[in-house]
Design a protein. Structure first.
Length: 118
């Protein structure tokens, strides 16, 4: 089992920045990858970014590429999402996820709200 706790959400003006954190605990030595997803009001949950735990390879959704950066601190079992040039459409609840292999995302955090205002 892995427990994930997100933090860092809040209210920010369009064009501003926020950094989200997700701290993992429990069976973290088995982590294969971690990721960020988001769910905007009235929409389905969507993928934002992921990072492979062993080699740091990253993948981004097209809508955030060039604006968001995912990073990790293996010693702290923490993944970050640096969000710059925020847009109104980035408003969502952001969730952290973890998995042990190439299959489905097995563990999820409770989410942190990000609200971008004009």
């Amino acid at each position: 089992q892995v427990q994930l706790v997100e933090s860092g959400g809040g209210l920010v003006q369009a064009g501003g920045s926020l950094r989200l954190s997700c701290a993992a605990s429990g069976r973290t030595s088995s982590t294969y990858a971690m990721a960020w997803f988001r769910r905007a009001p009235g929409k389905e949950r969507e993928f934002v970014a992921r990072i492979n735990w062993s080699n740091g390879v990253t993948i981004y959704a097209g809508s955030v590429k060039g604006r968001f950066t995912i990073s990790k601190d293996n010693a702290k079992n923490t993944v970050y999402l640096q969000m710059n040039s925020l847009k109104l459409e980035d408003t969502a609840v952001y969730y952290c996820a973890n998995k042990f292999d190439v299959g489905d995302w097995a563990y999820w955090g409770q989410g942190t709200q990000v609200t971008v205002s004009s």
